[in-house]
Write a protein that binds this ligand. Structure first.
Ligand code: ADP
Length: 305
């Protein structure tokens, strides 16, 4: 995993703030986070052996990273320190679970191709290489290039802020995007009016074999090359805070696929992980372990034929 590290604050508010408004929050969490760390922690809790790189700066926030890795059972050797600010983010969640988020990427953007080349051996041996936009494009491009050259699959969670570089997309096997990222990609490909299946086909033509589009409580649809789309409904749960649901979904999908489960079952694992994260405020402690996902799925309706 190319794992971003973000010192993440989450505030619970009645309604999201409007410009000029000050609010009193009713709950607050401060924890180690970031899409990449979430992916790594989630995959580890689901039972995968996880290794990779994680970048922090040289400020007091960097001190959060090592205990977090230790607590999640991730190798401390993943840490890289840069002369920079550590990534930080603040999220607001309103009573119905809607949220907004500002992220400062800081040291995460300093992971570069040279840092990746030091980890080439691990990349060539991985069952699946995961990356997301919070890490610099040069690092993702190099990691995916090395992984694909070694015949390994790659999974990308792209940015809601910027288009995907063509080279990265070409080396992506599995692309997982949420609805807002899908809109950005559609605009970048001049397909803003197109339906989702046409967008997925256009994306597959540029690299990935599998495109998955998630829609929060609206579920997720997988568009594989060469077979019909597969929709997975979201599990009906009382959502408290959906931040991190997409990361948990991607980890559940990735671990299931790398264990050789079929696409339908992998989508179901992803949806269970997303739902379990949505039921709690914060992300790190909410990311479920394997036993929690199995218990949740056993209690839910069986897989439709
Ligand atoms: P992101 O966090 O990247 O925006 P989504 O919000 O689309 O991702 O969530 C990813 C997946 O997590 C969804 O497809 C769904 O399976 C699950 N999920 C998200 N929000 C909810 C919710 N309110 N209730 C149940 N499942 C949810």
């Amino acid at each position: 995993v190319l794992a971003s590290f973000i010192a993440a604050s989450a505030m619970r508010v009645g309604r999201l703030p409007e410009p000029g408004q000050s609010l009193e929050a009713s709950a607050y969490t401060f924890e180690a986070g970031g899409k990449g760390l979430n992916l790594a922690v989630a995959a580890r809790r689901l039972g995968a052996a996880v290794d990779g790189l994680i970048a922090v700066g040289s400020d007091p926030l960097a001190a959060l990273a090592e205990p977090a890795l230790r607590r999640a059972g991730l190798p401390p050797g993943m840490l890289r320190r840069f002369e920079a600010q550590t990534g930080a983010g603040i999220g607001f969640t309103q009573d119905d679970g809607e949220n907004c988020l500002a992220v400062f990427l800081g040291a995460n953007r300093l992971l570069d191709a040279a840092s990746i080349r030091g980890a080439a051996e691990g990349l060539a041996a991985a069952d699946l290489v995961l990356a997301q936009f919070e890490v610099g494009d040069a690092a993702i491009a190099e990691a995916f290039r090395l992984a694909r050259a070694a015949g390994r699959p790659t999974l990308l969670n792209p940015s809601p802020f910027r288009p995907i570089e063509a080279g990265i997309l070409r080396d992506t096997a599995i692309l997982v995007v949420n609805a807002s990222e899908a809109r950005l990609l559609a605009a970048a490909l001049d397909r803003s009016g197109a339906d989702e299946a046409a967008l997925a086909a256009a994306l597959r033509a540029r690299g990935p074999d599998l495109v998955v589009i998630t829609r929060g409580a609206g579920g997720a649809t997988a568009y594989p090359a060469g077979s019909a789309p597969r929709h997975q409904a979201a599990f009906p749960v009382a959502a408290v805070d959906t931040l991190g649901a997409g990361d948990a979904f991607a980890a559940g999908l990735a671990v299931s696929l790398s264990e050789g489960r079929g696409l339908a079952e992998a989508m179901r694992w992803g949806a269970a992980c997303g739902a379990l994260v949505a039921m709690r405020l914060g992300v790190f402690d909410a990311l479920p372990d394997r036993a929690a996902v199995e218990a949740f799925l056993a209690a839910a309706a069986p897989l439709a034929p």
